[in-house]
Design a protein around this ligand. Sequence first.
Ligand code: SF4
Length: 367
Amino acid sequence: MPLESLYDLSFKTLQSRLLSDGVRPIHAVQLWKLLYYELEPDPNTSDMLSPPLRRWLKAALEESLTLSQPSVCDRLDSSDGLTKKLLLRLHDGQEIETVVMGYPGRFTACISSQAGCAMGCVFCATGQMGFVRHLSHGEIVTQVMEAQRLLRAEGNKLRNLVLMGMGEPLHNYDVVMEALASVCHLPGIGIAPSRISVSTVGLVPGIIRFTEERLPYSLAISLHAATDAERSALLPVNQRWPLSELMEACRYYSRKLQRKVFFGWTLIAGQNDSADHALVLLELLQGLDAHVNLIRLNRTAGFSGRTSEEPSTTAFQKAIQEAGVPCTVRQYRGIDVAAGCGQLRADRQKFKSPEIECPPNKASAVS
Ligand code: SF4
């Protein structure tokens, strides 16, 4: 039987394992702190563990558990030093991306929830590579640990977390939510739930479940178009859950939890960045507590769309704001580190291929 990673255990599971092995579950706190607060890579050699816990861990590592974690196989830093992109290799050779972004007074990690993605959004490098598999609890949590390690080495601290990396988080719902609970659990990594944002392309049953479970994280919807024809052309998921169903789910979430919904809108020149597009968007958002985040398009090899020009972006933002809806343009982050979701992995795949030359350093931004 393959061994399970210690990092795949939630706090509750860890407690029940201890209990069933005759160790008082209170000891779980010590081990949790060592793993997720101290970020100790080799806990079985630490003298911070009580003797019963050390004995339990030694036996568990001989019989059923491993300390296997994804390894950092590549790292790219932007020239301004504000964005760091990590490529992590999983136990089966799959590679996923984690991005750490610095903003004035705060650091945010953008993590992945799947290897590849089944949603097929046409402008996205991850969507273009297809779905490989869901990530495990440990594979999600250790991305946050790596981000925290990196920041701690610089004397900084991770404050915010966004699930906007590779994959659709609501497609891997149970594992993602359990991993987020672990990321918040104290004494551990200890990120405040209100500083975590889950971004979805519009899986309506997942949004309804997220609402009914009253999860404490923010919800962000990748919208990008406000008519079904335009949205289905960009996001195939819209054919399954059209805008009427998606917006009804968003209104349900906002009404029931009294929370704002964040809408992501990637501006593509000539496709969704005109004044008319802004008006259709405003109509769609009418009566909803909404915030619109405008995103500059990251060019990818498989999509011919162009990044919106500065004047169109400014005019679009102004139209939304003048209607009373908060609207921000997401700051460029990682312009020179292939920081759009899936781009570093895609570039490395090309680099590894003998038929294709290493691509030049291309312009990109975090999406
Ligand atoms: S944008 Fe997100 S949901 Fe769409 S294909 Fe890319 S990773 Fe998947």
